[in-house]
Design a binder for this molecule. Structure first.
Ligand SMILES: Nc1ncnc2c1ncn2[C@@H]1O[C@H](COP(=O)(O)OP(=O)(O)OP(=O)(O)O)[C@@H](O)[C@H]1O
Length: 354
């Protein structure tokens, strides 16, 4: 009768491991057991410091197997066990990226954020992008506002971006700004429920597959709040700075504070704060009134030790310009309202942030 593997293991289970006190099979020192017609081979994997104590075990194991009916040659080898984890034999596992990465060709990333929705973050992003482009900077604008992508409308571009090879995505361009929007990847009017992993994938695709070309700055228009997009962006990519937009109201400021806190935790420097809808200037008579209060953001900036980059008035022309697809710095570059945005752009260049 031929010797079986089970018979060998049963015999070895009768032998005690002097270190663990259990049997040598249960303690895991019997390795690489091969039972063939030509002979039985196995290894006792032991602590080399205890080699002397295991010699009788090896002899007993060899004798026990030899005594089994059908046994032919028996070979038992003692080897030193390894403290290291066994090598990962899975096909060449990809090395994990080490922390945030740079986007090839993009010198710096500037995030435009707000705590609360509707405070004018997209308006600010579009005007800053156009103002920087007008100064000769090579500017990209990524609309990552998955809840309300508005850059295609503000920059007056439409249509779906082309992907000639199915891998790279060709961005759109207007007013000297290279632009891409997550909104352009979905069907117009279609409600998309973005979940964490989907968002991460979409954002990484936007960063790495869009042909941004050589840019001095890529402005990222973030969704409001402190969610997955903000976290993914800062964890996967080097974000060189963030500008936080808020209206002067307390409710907006409370949320802005949370956003600032998040960037601090993610080690993203706050370049400055912008108070939008700071004061209302009547387009008929020029009368000025503080609809949402005034100066709240300045106080916050002072408390944080961050610069207040601008107080942008609430002005009809700013809205109609954006709605019409030509931000005010493009459509009325010499107006007082456009000048405010151009001044912020100049400050950003001066600070090395754009
Ligand atoms: N200073 C301003 N004067 C007049 N209208 C403005 C001003 N800033 C923004 N708006 C208008 O307010 C509306 C909301 O602005 P915007 O879309 O830029 O806000 P947001 O913070 O990006 O909003 P969301 O939460 O959708 O991301 C738009 O219609 C815009 O044209």
């Amino acid at each position: 009768m031929a010797l079986t593997r089970d018979a060998v293991l049963a015999a070895l289970k009768e032998i005690t491991d002097p270190v663990s006190g259990g049997d040598i099979v249960g303690s895991g020192i019997v390795r690489a057991l091969t039972v063939e017609d030509t002979g039985t081979r196995f290894v006792l994997e032991i602590d080399p410091a205890k080699a002397e104590a295991y010699k009788p075990v090896r002899d007993a194991a060899e004798a026990a197997v030899k005594a089994l009916p059908g046994a032919t040659a028996v070979s038992v080898v003692m080897t030193a066990h390894s403290q290291k984890a066994p090598p990962d034999l899975k096909a060449a596992a990809k090395p994990k990226p080490q922390g945030p990465q740079r986007v090839p060709g993009v010198a710096r990333i500037l995030a435009v954020a707000s705590g609360k929705g509707g405070v004018g973050k997209s308006t600010v992003s579009a005007n800053l992008a156009c103002a920087l482009a007008a100064e000769g900077r090579r500017v990209g604008l990524l609309d990552a506002d998955v809840y309300g992508p508005s850059q295609p409308r503000m920059l007056g571009v439409s249509g779906r971006p082309a992907s000639p090879d199915g891998k790279t995505i060709l961005p759109l361009r207007n007013y000297g700004v290279t632009m891409m929007s997550i909104g352009l990847m979905t069907n117009e009017g279609q409600a998309v429920v973005w979940r964490g992993p989907m968002l991460m994938g979409a954002l990484q695709q936007m960063m790495n597959q869009v042909q941004w070309g050589a840019l001095d700055v890529l402005i990222v228009d973030l969704p409001p709040g402190t969610g997955d997009v903000q976290m993914t962006l800062s964890q996967k990519f080097v974000v060189d700075g963030a500008v936080v937009v808020s209206t002067p109201q307390d409710v907006a400021l409370i949320d802005a504070r949370k956003g600032i806190d998040m960037f601090k935790q993610l080690n993203v420097p706050i370049i400055g704060l912008i108070e939008n809808m700071s004061t209302h200037i009547c387009s008929n008579c020029g009368h000025e009134e503080h609809i949402f209060g005034h100066g709240g953001v300045a106080k916050e900036a002072a408390a944080l030790g961050a610069p207040l980059l601008a107080e942008i008035p609430l002005h009809l022309d700013i809205r109609t310009a954006s709605d019409g697809g030509a931000p005010i710095v493009v459509s009325k570059p010499e107006s007082a309202e456009a000048r405010v945005f151009r001044e912020v752009a100049a400050k950003l260049v001066e600070a090395g942030a754009a």
